[in-house]
Design a protein around this ligand. Structure first.
Ligand code: IMP
Ligand code: MG
Length: 179
């Protein structure tokens, strides 16, 4: 195990099983729809890669990159778009694919932004949820796990752009970020 990890919260096997289940549900729910998956870079990449392999209906994929303005620990509620969509989403069934929902500010912004483009529907698939940290009400249609309020890394989640490549989700040792 990586030396900076306190303990593994979710193993690669657990994640894979969970995502298989989510993929099955999406395949069923969207079989008569016009599905486009929109991943939020970069954290969603491993989840997106696993999830799309478990979706057995036709779908498109696109990515957006966003960042919060200003102080990174206190989100201002203003989100800046770094990479916009490649495709039109009018009359499409949009499914946002995200790694983790914390305050909910990023997702609320994205939902409003995407809805303005007149898709048929906008829903969320999110691997992790920190309910304790929620500031804005967001309905997540496909959720992997509720997690406690630890700083988590791996499976796409980073600390200072590191640890995204860990195949599991781990709790980062406090000494790593409290220096
Ligand atoms: P929100 O706008 O506060 O919901 O922020 C969500 C974003 O914060 C996620 O997409 C992650 O990039 C980041 N984030 C929240 N919690 C964690 C964590 O425990 N580890 C790594 N990144 C996190
Ligand atoms: Mg993110």
């Amino acid at each position: 195990m990586n030396k900076d990890i306190e303990r593994v919260l979710l193993s690669e096997e657990e994640l894979s099983e969970k995502i298989r289940g989510i993929g099955n549900r999406i395949s069923e729910d969207y079989k008569d729809k016009d599905l486009i998956l929109i991943g939020v870079l970069k954290g969603s990449v491993p989840f997106m890669a696993e999830l799309m392999k478990r979706i057995n209906i036709p779908c498109k994929m696109d990515f957006m990159a966003v960042s919060s303005y200003g102080d990174s620990s206190e989100s201002s509620g203003v989100v800046r778009i770094l990479k916009d969509l490649d495709f039109e989403i009018e009359n499409k069934d949009v499914l946002i694919v995200e790694d983790i929902i914390d305050s909910g500010i990023t997702l609320r912004y994205l939902i409003n932004y995407l809805k303005a483009k007149n898709p048929t529907s906008v829903e969320i698939a999110c691997l992790l949820n920190k309910p304790e940290r929620r500031e804005v009400d967001i309905e997540v249609k496909y959720l992997g796990y509720d997690v406690p309020n630890y700083f988590l890394v791996g499976y796409g989640l980073d600390y200072a752009e590191k640890y995204r490549n860990l195949p599991y989700i781990g709790i980062l040792k406090e000494e790593v970020y409290k220096k």
